[in-house]
Design a protein around this ligand. Structure first.
Ligand code: TXA
Ligand code: MG
Length: 320
């Protein structure tokens, strides 16, 4: 048993009911999704949504993703555009967020959209997230459950470490299988635009939407996705990229079978060069290396294809 003061509990039918009641009463509940843990609140409750921004220290101009139990909830809140309908049919439930035009009569808090006339929606695949949405019977706004700018949580323990005293409950559903956040696609215009690389690959998206383009992700000053700030996902220690040699006072985030020797500590994202395995380990290994007695972190290069695009995006922002 946890001490009564700990908000951490295993996800069970009973704790899911408690979590749903907390959400219905304006509480903050952290829960697992297939990508990362989310910090959830009732998306229709202004005060509850404001608590998310306060708990994370998140700038109010950075809008939140709203989670839904099923695709047919979308039209209550937003317009399902043709490109969105195609992508939703192919990939929901799953690690994909769609940005859609808000309906004028939308019941979701305006704080969620941070002043934009659009809404970011996602139907998660994780059984605990799905059960929580069903039990709550409300749309749940949930950014990643970490203090703003820090490494995203892929285990309940990470949430406890970062936000433990600021949440009402943390549902423990084990480690997140995907390990990087959802891909975010803007479907408000005539052509879909990828705003954030994520747990669904560009290749998979373009197989369904060949007209999908990628926003210039290297222009963090004029982001269409305001959360794509240059510095994000950052460990406490300095991180350098594309390491081919390594020093004794460095912790090496390795990838593949050929690892340079000499590092003080090594964690290998995937000795067999499997990008899905590497994505699943990424945030937990960044945290672990950060906590080890090394001066700085160094990451080997990761191929820029498939999930490697999302891994490299997160590493570049972590290294700023
Ligand atoms: O996998 C995920 O997406 C996780 C889990 C918990 O679902 N959530 C997540 O949320 O990563 P967050 O808040 O860390 O990232 C949300 C991203 C940000 O880049 C934000 O700017 C973008 O979605 N976003 C939200 N609403 C938007 C909108 N209306 N237009 C454009 N971008 C939006
Ligand atoms: Mg985040």
């Amino acid at each position: 048993m946890n001490a009564p003061s700990s908000p951490l509990c295993l996800a069970t039918p009973k704790t899911l009911q408690t979590a749903a009641q907390l959400l219905q009463n304006g509480g903050l509940v952290a829960f697992p999704t297939e990508t990362v843990y989310g910090l959830g609140a009732d998306a229709t409750d202004d005060r509850a949504v404001a608590r998310i921004f306060a708990a994370k220290g998140r700038p109010s101009f950075n809008p939140l993703i709203v989670h839904l139990a099923a695709t047919d909830w979308v039209t209550r809140y937003a317009e399902m555009t043709p490109s969105a309908a195609r992508l939703a049919a192919a990939f929901w439930p799953g690690p994909l967020t769609l940005v859609l035009p808000r309906r004028a009569d939308c019941a979701i808090s305006l704080l969620v959209s941070a002043g934009l006339d659009s809404l970011a929606l996602r139907v998660p695949a994780h059984p605990v997230a799905h059960a929580l949405l069903q039990a709550t019977d409300r749309p749940i706004a949930a950014p990643s459950a970490n203090p703003s700018g820090a490494v995203s949580p892929t285990q309940a323990q990470h949430v406890l470490e970062g936000l433990g005293n600021k949440v009402d409950l943390i549902l423990d559903g084990g480690a997140c299988a995907v390990g990087v956040e959802s891909a975010v696609v803007d479907c408000t215009g005539p052509q879909p635009v990828l705003l954030r690389h994520g747990g669904l690959t560009l290749e998979a998206l373009q197989a369904v939407a060949p007209d999908l383009t990628v926003t210039d992700l290297s222009q963090p000053d004029a982001p269409r996705s305001p959360g794509q700030l240059a510095s994000h996902y950052a460990p406490n220690k300095p991180l350098r990229l594309n390491a081919t040699t390594v020093a004794a006072d460095e912790g090496l985030l390795a990838f593949g079978p050929d690892v340079p020797t000499g590092a003080g500590q090594v964690l290998n994202l995937s000795p067999s060069s499997d990008l899905a395995e590497a994505a699943a380990h990424l945030f937990a290994y960044l945290r672990a290396l950060d906590a080890l007695p090394v001066r700085a972190l160094a990451a080997m290069s990761i191929p820029e294809r498939g999930l490697g695009r999302a891994i490299n995006d997160r590493l570049r922002r972590a290294a700023v």
